[in-house]
Design a protein around this ligand. Sequence first.
Ligand code: ATP
Ligand code: MG
Length: 251
Amino acid sequence: MNALLEAQGLSLRFGRVRALDDVAIAIWPGEVLAVVGESGSGKSTLLRVLSGQQRPEAGIIRFDGTDIHEAGEAALRRLSRTDWGFVHQNPRDGLRMAISAGGNIGERLMSNGARHYGDIRAQAKDWLARVEIDPARIDELPRNFSGGMQQRLQIARTLVTRPRLVFMDEPTGGLDVSVQAKLLDMLRALARDLSLAIIIVTHDIAAARLLAHRIVVMRHGQVVEEGLTDRVLDDPQHPYTQLLVSSVLAA
Ligand SMILES: Nc1ncnc2c1ncn2[C@@H]1O[C@H](COP(=O)(O)OP(=O)(O)OP(=O)(O)O)[C@@H](O)[C@H]1O
Ligand SMILES: [Mg+2]
């Protein structure tokens, strides 16, 4: 089986900071990959670069075997609309707060060519139910929703077009612990049911253990360790990973 997304030699500096330093990474169809590491280790930069939002100074990124930058801007924009999804830490960055919940879901469908109002509304209702938002609230603005609901709406908006790969940067970051747990359970079920590949950035080792098949550990812009989740967390090899795992156990 070929990798869905594969990158090699990614490097990017901001002034003297090496945000990415010769990073290689791959994700397979249906796989959940967690990227962990301390603040400033380059996790968000890696997601932005992998998803084509920022160009690396060096390196190559292939999706489905095709170089995402070689294919041109239009092709990259089409990927972002279709095969890729992006879930932001702050739902405000991924939602349009001035349009209804149903509109938020429908907009993504329409940008992929859906035109039939009844179908769009039916799919929006279906997705609201899937993320456990009462479909009767379809015409409400997202600002009436709690943080957890907004995040679930952002997930519905992202998944309605059935992307194959979803990038998530700390999707549970701003939420209460109990709300986080519920959202993680939901993400796990959706990933499994839809065979989604997910690259999720998190500093929450427990979330990584729950969701991810594989873990990549970053430090100072480099991947210092990677492997199957249980192996990395139960038998960390790199001193930095050992510190990361033990500091969680001690907390
Ligand atoms: N646009 C930018 N301009 C200047 N420096 C940047 C920019 N984006 C990131 N950096 C720097 O690159 C390094 C990596 O940042 P990045 O945001 O990728 O880290 P992170 O692992 O996501 O951290 P956090 O856990 O705090 O979100 C940091 O030193 C950061 O200050
Ligand atoms: Mg970040």
